[in-house]
Design a binder for this molecule. Structure first.
Ligand code: ZN
Ligand code: ZN
Length: 402
């Protein structure tokens, strides 16, 4: 018989609710004092002190400011992992909020301040009911989500998903185009992976009037760009999604000189990691052979970013049932898929779980949603207590329900 019951559900709800002011205050403090990726010194200190004050075992990850907390409940059982990312972005805030960033050129413009504050609230909530829970809760406060190679891998290498082994893992990501009061869920591939592509086309310089004595890298680059669009249409299953965009191209020095080289930089995104790796090879081969066929050469550098984030079906369904019970059908929507990159994917490769979207669009204040990674990014703090309650419910139910 399930040890999950209405009394515990109500208790979690009221404990989470009682933390509203505190969680909001913590979020505003982080917002005022943002720290860029791999520099989350103050934030991780505050998190570690908070967990320690609650009696949670704390392990600091060396070097990259990660905080791993382990709450051992009344009896043995499963272990649930909960993750929050803590880093801010290199961006000048223009919100005009009373608690706007006090650090020049750095801003919490993705909501990671809210993720961290909410997970601190979840920790306090779960500690207060730990005698009624079994198993363990692993808190994963992660640095550097925004900057590749990200903080998740380092934490995993330092044992974040073991001892005790984490059986399932969940995280919130706030969503500025989802109205406050709603949550977004989706099974399967939700955030695609990205590969950075850098093509260095080399030719032989010369006088504009004597192209036969030179190898023009600009004409080669033009052919490479066109040929690569064919790679994207001819090597991708039409039922799959992938995108190749070149954001910069540079070469040449003046109008009457054939230059020596052209550098083209872009990003390849795909939902399917295998497809992305295959396309990377296709891009490299195509660029090289086109350049060589025209008497030049092309050096292709590829940087594979985070793998695709994939929500496991069973765990997504589990959270879906809870959200429906707590919020009702009209507030639980299917989230959009994006080709953006998110290193929670590494945790999901170690344990089944789900990344959940929390709506933070304040429709009373903004007629159009603000954008993530934008100087005017804003979030509705009324979503914070809901985020604390729901994530605590997911964790507690996972531990208690067989
Ligand atoms: Zn972001
Ligand atoms: Zn983010």
């Amino acid at each position: 018989m399930s040890e999950w019951n209405q009394g515990l559900r109500e208790e979690i709800k009221s404990r989470a609710g009682s933390l509203t002011d505190k969680v909001t205050e913590i979020r505003r403090d982080f917002h005022r004092n943002p720290e860029r990726s791999k520099r989350e010194e103050r934030t991780s200190d505050i998190v570690a002190q908070h967990l320690e004050s609650l009696g949670i075992e704390v392990k600091r990850c060396t070097g990259n400011y990660g905080v791993i907390g382990t709450l051992r409940c009344a009896s043995d059982g499963k272990t649930v992992g909960l993750r929050a990312d803590m880093d801010a972005l290199k961006l000048q805030e223009e919100t005009g909020l009373p608690f706007a960033s006090q650090v020049d050129g750095v801003m919490h413009a993705c909501g990671h301040d809210a993720h961290t504050a909410m997970l601190m609230g979840v920790a306090k909530t779960l500690v207060s009911v730990k005698d009624k829970l079994k198993g363990n809760v692993r808190f994963l406060f992660q640095p550097s989500e925004e900057a590749f190679p990200g903080g998740a891998l380092g934490m995993i290498e330092e044992g974040a998903m073991e001892d005790p082994h984490v059986d399932a893992v969940f995280a919130w990501h706030v969503m500025s185009n989802l109205p406050q009061g709603q949550v977004g869920l989706r099974t399967g591939q939700i955030i695609g992976g990205v590969t950075a592509v850098n093509i260095h086309v080399k030719g032989v310089g010369g006088h504009f009037s004597s192209p036969h004595l030179a190898v023009d890298p600009i004409v080669i680059a033009a052919n490479v760009l066109v040929a690569l669009q064919s790679v994207m249409t001819r090597q991708v299953d039409p039922m799959e999604s992938a995108v190749l965009t070149f954001g910069t191209i540079s070469g040449g020095t003046r109008d009457n000189v054939i230059g020596q080289e052209v550098i083209i930089r872009g990003n390849l995104g795909a939902m399917n990691d295998q497809l992305r790796y295959q396309l990377s090879e296709g891009i490299e081969g195509c660029a090289r052979s086109v350049a060589e066929s025209m008497g030049g050469s092309a050096e292709v550098k590829l940087w594979h970013g985070y793998p695709t984030t994939e929500n496991e079906a069973g765990m997504t369904e589990f959270t879906h049932r809870i959200m429906l019970e707590e919020l009702g059908e009209e507030s639980v929507v299917e989230m959009d898929r994006v080709l953006g990159g998110e290193d929670f994917s590494y945790f999901l490769q170690k344990a089944p779980g789900a990344l959940l979207r929390l709506g933070v669009w304040d429709m009373d204040k903004h007629s159009e949603p603000t954008h993530h990674h934008h100087p005017e990014f804003d979030l509705d703090e009324r979503a914070l207590p809901m985020g604390v309650d729901l994530l605590a419910q997911v964790a507690a139910r996972y531990l208690l329900v067989d």
